[in-house]
Design a binder for this molecule. Structure first.
Ligand code: SF4
Length: 407
């Protein structure tokens, strides 16, 4: 039997309100939420009960080396509730010594004492949803926090790291927000660097269906940076971060040495992971499964899952399974790239098939290789940095069409 995953994601769907760009599975509880008693507490506690039921429903448990508590806004919860979740893993799966336990936190939803509570609960890495240091842009994106909240949060995290209370922390920024420009972006990057976060994630704004931004875009009222400006933003990010000692170890992620996200590397390496909570996606043995996005449907699913184990992808398989195109896509996202020939042979193709399919793939990639977007050292292919990483979509799209053709 293949070994059970050593990583788990937990989704805490609660937020104060929905940001204008967000299409995640979230439950907005209003500004006055109080997780133990008062506004929203019943909803939260009921959800946590179902979450624990789901965590316990897994048959093949083994000790975890990474746990990621994401959302939503997990920092809406009380430290005691976070401890309770970590304890459930500890007593039922086991948590390895030195495991990475990350929690997402939102600048307007915690104080320094809460941060210490989360640390005492067992969290040793935090991911702060900064998004921007510009009050105006934050407001236009529907964020609840402002510059003061953000700077306080960064300061507390920096202090906790210096005092060795946590192993690491990460800061998220969104590139290409409406009304943003190169000057604003440069200020954002420099303000972020002032706090020396060991890890920084840069997400490109995507306009998703059903969001306020999509509605504004359709009405012609969303002023987004154009393609050329976005490209300049990416180049600026790259040059500023590199000059400060950060390595772009994945398309959207930078870190100083020793601070890469271990949990995210599990996804990019195509290793298995558990996930728990509404709308979350697990892939313990290669096959992905997404839980219902709406609370009521999720709770019904949990009850059935506990009764009859209706989701086959959560049961142990003889061998892990992941489609080749997905392995290639994940491999190309990381700095070191992927050994393509090895993947083809692992796929069960013989030498002749491997050579022939590789030849076809290299044909569709010819332009990217000529222009230096895609590089190789022997059979290991990787995107150049910054150009290849910034234009990765084009390489991936052509790879997917190759995959369709050879199938
Ligand atoms: S805080 Fe995060 S999860 Fe919640 S609505 Fe905003 S973007 Fe979405």
């Amino acid at each position: 039997m293949f070994k059970p995953p050593r990583s788990a994601y937990i989704h805490i769907p609660f937020c104060h309100r929905r940001c204008f760009y967000c299409d995640f599975s979230v439950v907005p509880l209003g500004d006055k939420v109080e997780s133990i008693r008062g506004v929203g507490s019943r909803t939260i506690n009921e959800y946590l009960d179902f979450l624990k039921k789901e965590i316990l429903s897994i048959k093949h448990k083994s000790p975890l080396s990474t746990i990621y508590i994401g959302g939503g806004t997990p920092s809406i919860l009380d430290p005691f509730q976070i401890k309770d979740l970590i304890d459930v893993f500890n007593s039922n799966y086991g948590i390895e010594d030195g495991a990475e336990i990350t929690m997402e936190i939102d600048p307007a939803s915690f104080e320094e004492k809460d941060l210490h509570g989360f640390i005492q609960a067992g969290v040793n890495r935090f991911s702060l949803g900064a998004q921007s240091f510009n009050d105006d842009l934050l407001k236009k994106a529907g964020r609840r926090h402002n510059l003061v909240d953000l700077e306080n949060s960064c300061f507390w995290l920096q202090k906790a790291k210096s005092n060795m209370l946590i192993r690491s922390w990460s800061l998220d920024l969104i590139q290409n927000l409406p009304e943003s420009n190169l000057d604003f972006w440069e200020i954002d990057l420099k303000k972020a660097l002032k706090f020396k976060p060991p890890h920084i994630s840069i997400y490109d704004l995507n306009i998703e269906d059903g969001t306020v931004f999509k509605r504004l875009l359709d009405m012609g009222k969303l002023n987004l940076p154009d393609h050329e400006e976005s490209f300049k933003n990416s180049q600026l990010t790259n040059s500023i971060f590199k000059s400060h000692g950060y390595s772009r170890y994945e398309i959207s992620n930078y870190s100083i040495p020793g601070h890469q996200s271990r949990h995210n590397r599990v996804y990019w390496k195509g290793l298995g992971w558990w996930s728990f909570g509404q709308g979350s996606t697990s892939s313990p043995w290669g096959v992905k499964f997404t839980r219902p996005r709406v609370s009521r449907a999720y709770k019904e699913w949990v009850l059935k899952q506990c009764e009859v184990c209706l989701e086959p992808s959560l049961n142990n398989k003889k061998e892990p399974y992941l489609d080749l195109d997905e392995k290639l896509m994940l491999g190309l996202r990381v700095k070191e790239g992927v050994n393509i020939k090895r993947l083809f042979l692992e796929q069960g193709w013989d030498e002749r098939q491997t050579e022939s399919n590789l030849c076809k793939l290299l044909e569709v990639w010819a332009n990217f290789r000529e222009s230096g977007i895609l590089c190789n050292e022997g059979d290991r292919f990787f995107l150049s940095d910054p150009m290849g990483m910034d234009l990765s979509n084009q390489v991936l799209i052509s790879m997917f069409s190759w995959w369709e053709n050879i199938n």
